[in-house]
Design a protein around this ligand. Structure first.
Ligand code: CA
Ligand code: CA
Length: 121
């Protein structure tokens, strides 16, 4: 059940795609590890690439947990943002690039850790 809960949380994070409140005390290395974990949940067939279908399944599942529906247009937009080199698949590196950009944005004083006041932003 714990795994399921984590997967749902990750799904919710993936969907919003916003500069989310980061966890206080989280280091950049931890953010990177969390991103890698998220990618594993996304890449259901384990080929190292997240396809549009995998993203759709992932986002739909997360939406259903919240009693919502997911629309294709939203998934398409999200996929385009993630697939920065435009090759039609999202790699762990592309996902990490976005997640670490979020981290860097939250880490206002650039000390590599999200301080409590930064997490509250
Ligand atoms: Ca895959
Ligand atoms: Ca790509």
């Amino acid at each position: 059940m714990k795994t399921l809960k984590i997967a749902v949380t990750i799904g919710a994070l993936l969907i919003s795609g916003q500069a989310l409140a980061q966890k206080a005390g989280q280091t950049r290395a931890e953010a990177q590890a969390a991103s890698a974990k998220k990618f594993k949940n996304l890449d259901t067939n384990g080929d190292g690439k997240a396809s549009p279908a995998e993203l759709l399944a992932f986002m739909t599942k997360a939406a259903e947990k919240r009693g919502e529906t997911m629309d294709q247009a939203k998934v398409d937009r999200r996929f385009k943002r993630l697939d920065t080199n435009g090759d039609g698949v999202v790699t762990a590196d592309e996902l990490a690039a976005e997640d670490l950009a979020k981290f860097d944005k939250a880490d206002a004083n650039k000390n590599g850790v999200i301080d409590a006041d930064e997490a509250a932003q």
